[in-house]
Design a protein around this ligand. Structure first.
Ligand code: PGA
Length: 254
């Protein structure tokens, strides 16, 4: 279902006490300040903090709990890894997959991500699937080809029913953590392209129903302009999700 949506990706930041303090502030501010229909909010802490943060989120499903990664196998001898079922058992509803930091530092390719998607969906979790080009790719004028390939090789093997569960995040690598955000026009044209690719791979209804987030230096100052674009349904927020005031201002930017 297409919906206004904001996810906070905490990456490898915060201790449990820090994470719990931040979570309590976000929950309180959302309760006090949100008027009208709330966007779906998801908080994605590092693995060891999931349960301790999840306890503070309440039963309403908003905010919901999400993870930042998941192993592609169901269980077994994979020391140091975490399964979809384990995430589900501590209250996760969402999992970020294919973040550019995982593609870059942990060599996750489209085939691996395609497998992870299947596993996550089989466990009843909703993937937040990330795509996005490097600066080099953008400057070579290859952005659309590159993202089209990421979608085709990583995502479009899913059935219609499976695809229904997926949120897509467009995160240009050159905008992540750099303070250099995409212009609203740059974001809109890629989001429109993604929606059009979904229409071709599935159908017009699937395209109309897909939630597509923008990520990359999205903050309390630029969120409203980005979220006002026709095909931008919200944001995947890194740095600004670590400050309760900034994050909640973004949540209020629809
Ligand atoms: P940023 O990160 O908001 O700090 O740029 C976004 C992300 O990596 O998801």
């Amino acid at each position: 279902m297409r919906q206004n949506f904001v996810a906070g990706n905490w990456k490898m930041n915060l201790t449990l006490p820090e994470a719990q303090a931040l979570t309590s502030e976000i929950v309180q501010m959302m309760h006090d300040e949100l008027t009208g229909p709330a966007p779906q909010v998801v908080i994605c802490p590092p693995f060891p903090l999931l349960a301790g943060v999840g306890h503070l989120l309440g039963d309403s499903g908003n905010p919901a709990l999400g993870a930042q990664n998941c192993h592609q196998k169901e269980s077994g001898a994979y020391t140091g890894e975490v399964s979809a079922k384990q995430l589900q058992s501590v209250g996760c509803k969402y999992v970020i997959l294919g973040h550019s930091e995982r593609r870059q530092h942990f060599h996750e390719d489209d085939a691996l991500l395609a497998a992870k998607l299947k596993t996550v969906l089989a466990a009843g979790l909703k993937p937040i699937f990330c795509v996005g080009e490097s600066l080099e790719t953008r400057e070579a004028d290859e952005t659309f080809d590159f993202i089209g390939k990421q979608l085709k090789d990583g995502l479009f093997h899913l059935s219609n029913e499976e695809f229904d569960q997926v949120v897509i995040a467009y995160e240009p690598i050159w905008a992540i953590g750099t303070g250099r955000t995409a212009s609203s026009q740059q974001a809109q044209e890629v989001h429109a392209f993604i929606r059009e690719r979904v229409a071709v791979a599935y159908d017009a209804q699937a395209a109309a129903n897909t939630t597509i987030l923008y990520g990359g230096s999205c903050n309390a100052q630029n969120a409203r302009e980005l979220f006002s674009q026709a095909d931008v349904d919200g944001g995947l927020i890194g740095g600004a999700s670590l400050k309760s005031r900034d994050f909640v201002e973004i949540v209020k930017s629809f």
